[in-house]
Design a protein around this ligand. Structure first.
Ligand code: NAD
Ligand code: MG
Length: 384
């Protein structure tokens, strides 16, 4: 029986690479549903090739166009709107849901998928940043596995396979350092979105590429690792590793360190999330360790304030990471559209953390309110 996959965000960087993986294993995987936000032509093209049972366009304004583009394919059901995402992930035949959409918007469909007992292949890290505790307790309650797609978390996961109850002494979370690794604070004052979008080692969607340049992405990954592996943030060390070859590592009680290495290629963690515990063949480049030295540096928390703020949000707990995420979504977009300076990103987030209502033990409704409040505050601060 082929595994039926639903891809939330199929037109993005992770989504298209996931389709490449599925394309390489037509005997194992079948696309049940594809979804996108705006890129309707791309979605229709994918549907024509993969013939899913359903497609969803989250932005309803594109519904008519999508219907026209797929007019002749009468066996494909077409839906639109956010609620349609929540509903489609519950469809009976679906075995696993790849959450490859961006931001807070991924939270609701992920919760629906867990409650419908679908295996989660999690790329949408914002879901765990915002509501890690809720997601993990739901996954436990519904006996649903959450398989990491983020390369670092996949590396950690691959390093603990077979370790049973052996406790993790420390997680070594690697970071490329982004395009501004060697910039001075002075130089960082004037960098533009175009500069930030030139990531040295990974080709990704624009939101995460900006998050990587500010190192907020790494802060989010610390939070993601805390929830996925149950390790407190004090035991998660961030290492700047410009070559992006060691994708992360785990240290055990006897001092042994296990890592997963490879060329930067997101298809591997995507495929491993699909196929775990099996490893399947994957075409592509192979690692040549003679090619370059592997270096590791300590991150500079003065230069990369966002990383420090993420650590601070974990320390405070409650809805603070949700506040940071919401403010970050606002300034990230603002920076891309020239409404916020690069260093302004950290400043607005810091001030939003001070102003938004703190809640020590949030539930789902709190997250919705917090997200809205923090977005409003961050927008005001940014436009000041
Ligand atoms: P992307 O911008 O390339 O693609 C995002 C996809 O989600 C698109 O298909 C888009 O249509 C859809 N989408 C965006 N906003 C939506 C909304 N509000 N409602 C419904 N659909 C929406 O992004 P990406 O780089 O593929 O990243 C996707 C997720 O995976 C992010 O959470 C990111 O942090 C995570 N991630 C990405 C990479 C990577 O290499 N790209 C690595 C690790 C983790
Ligand atoms: Mg990552």
């Amino acid at each position: 029986m082929k595994q039926q996959i639903c891809i939330l965000g199929s037109t993005g960087s992770i989504g298209t690479q996931a389709l490449d993986v599925i394309d390489q294993h037509p005997d194992l995987y079948e696309v049940y549903c594809l979804t996108a936000n705006n890129r309707v032509k791309e979605l229709a093209k994918q549907a024509r090739k993969f013939r899913p049972a359903a497609v969803v366009i989250a932005n309803e304004a594109h519904y008519k166009e999508l219907c026209t583009l797929l007019e002749d394919l009468t066996d494909i059901k077409i839906y639109a709107g956010k609620e349609a995402l929540d509903q489609i992930v519950e469809a009976g035949p679906i075995d696993m849901v790849l959450t490859a959409m961006v931001g807070f918007a991924g939270l609701s469909p992920t919760i629906h998928a867990i409650k419908a007992r679908k295996k989660i292949c999690l790329a949408n890290k914002e879901t765990l940043v915002v509501a890690g505790e809720l997601i993990c307790s739901l996954a436990q309650e519904y006996h649903v596995p959450i398989l990491p797609v983020d390369s670092e978390h996949s590396a950690i996961f691959q390093s603990i396979v077979g370790e049973g109850d052996n406790t993790i002494e420390k997680i070594l979370l690697t970071a490329s350092g982004g395009p501004f690794r060697n910039h001075s604070l002075e130089q960082m004052k004037t960098v533009t979105a175009a500069d930030a979008l030139k990531h040295p080692t990974w080709e990704m969607g624009s939101k995460i590429t900006i998050d990587s340049s500010s190192m907020m992405n790494k802060g989010f990954e610390v939070i993601e690792a805390k929830w996925l592996f149950g390790v407190p943030s004090e035991k998660i060390q961030v290492l700047v590793h410009p070559q992006s070859i060691v994708h992360s590592a785990v240290q055990f009680a006897d001092g042994a360190v296990k890592a997963q290495l490879g060329v930067p290629d997101m298809r591997l963690p995507i495929q491993y999330a699909f196929s775990f515990p099996k490893r399947l063949p994957l075409n592509g480049d192979r690692l040549d360790l003679f090619k370059q030295p592997l270096e590791f540096f300590e991150p500079d928390l003065n230069k990369f304030k966002c990383l420090a703020l993420a650590f601070e949000s974990i320390r405070q707990g409650g809805n603070m990471p949700c506040i940071v995420n919401a403010a970050n979504e606002i300034v990230n977009e603002g920076f891309r559209h020239g409404k916020c300076s690069f260093l302004g990103i950290g400043d607005v987030i810091e001030q939003t953390m001070q102003r938004a209502t703190f809640d020590r033990s949030p539930d789902y409704d709190t997250y919705i309110q917090t997200d809205a409040e923090a977005r409003r505050i961050a927008t005001e601060l940014m436009n000041k």
